[in-house]
Design a protein around this ligand. Sequence first.
Ligand code: CA
Length: 514
Amino acid sequence: MEDKKRTTKKQNRKISRRDFIGGVAAAASAGAFSLLPSCANIAQIMTIKRKRPNIVFIMADDHASHAMSCYGSKINKTPNLDRLAEEGMLFENCFCTNSICAPSRAVILTGKYSHINGILDNFTKFDGSQQTFTKLLQKNGYETAIIGKWHLISQPTGFDYWNILPGNGEYHNPAFFNMGKRKRYKGYVTDIITDFCINWLKNRNDNKPFCLMCQHKAPHRKWYPDKKHAKMYEDTNIPEPETFNDDYSTRSDAAGEQAMSVEHHLTHEDLKMDPPKELAGQALKKWKYQRYIKDYLRVVASLDDNVGRLLDYLDTAGLAENTIVFYTSDQGFFLGDHGWFDKRFMYEESLRMPLLVRYPKEVAPGSVNKDIVLNLDFAPTFLDFAGIAKPADSSATGMQGRSLRPILKGSTPQDWRTSMYYHYYEYPSMHMVKRHYGVRTLRYKLMHFYYDIDAWELYDLQKDPNELNNIYDNTAYADVVKELKTELRRLRKQYGDSDELTKKFLQDYLKKHS
Ligand code: CA
């Protein structure tokens, strides 16, 4: 023990701590504490145990980064999220690998792409017997909990405590499954989830480090605000986004054939009233946008308040210093951009996830990062901070993402990715966004729509950040297309995706939904 104590190499220190804690846990559970050498060592063990960081993972549902003031929102203010950004790192290029609710959640838990973890769409039951980061944390002495939206159909595994919404849940007086037992609660869902989280933190086993996944329903459709924010923005006109009247003239048919336009696809329940009869055309579209976006932002305002409430609790409980706080959303969202609501497309507003990370011990306050990071990286990051080895890529339990810890410490590894792979599968289905996969680099995005279409799109994000000009057929970009196709093939191979697999998934899907 003394030798271990004197070791200066960080790696060795990590291993010895881990091994030692594991041994102590085994001794404790066998009721064999008397076997330990001395009280001084027990005190030391407790110090080591306390040093392993806690994790609070706060995830919103469909919260686009351009509805956060720390990301430069032109339409709202989010003071509590801004506080998190000021105290930690803001990621400008965090992307999801499949922009839809259940798939993103499965990627986060497993650190694997959809075609490996099995959740390609919102209809499939998550196989809870597979490896997840919370199972590994649990096995290594963490107390784990998930509260709020789960959305993976099967019962959660890898959690000491779970209290989840059925499906998408409800905003007012929602029901929850508390460890499998259904109960309805009075109040507003975002407040209730936060209350449950704070109560869990108060009553947890404080001899263990913890991982709490606080997963909000907000601001998912159908955007019912709470009483406190119901009249917010009442006398304000929310500016429309620059691309509100995108006519899709340079794109493939996929953009024109979706069913998620503000103009045509918002329902009576989304709008909560019938449009004035005298409105038509552009005036009606504008009216619908105001109805939709105001409710969305009201729901976000409550979310922001509740993030503040949870951060305040971490402060008052003395937990802020040793707790890693993540704030993210399962994907982005179109806020009238390109005339749409919803997500699914690989276009920027849907692809980008907000990501704020605070950990005072390792992350410089107010830092901003531009590297390409993915939801695939979250699981390996948590394991890294907990001192647990990441299961290798090649094994059945392997994780395909990479730890963000060096980036969070301010030093991006030389060989960090400069491109990312995306694949969306849920079609034909709600909102009718066609199947597509693609590659995004720091400058370009190449997308391929397939199944009932065979179309490519290319965007130069430097010259055309709003993705209005598809330049796939522009001969000046022939070399870029060639390079990106090579990169796309390389990524598909690296992550184990292929045409054969894509064909198989499509056949399975059509059989299931015919
Ligand atoms: Ca979502």
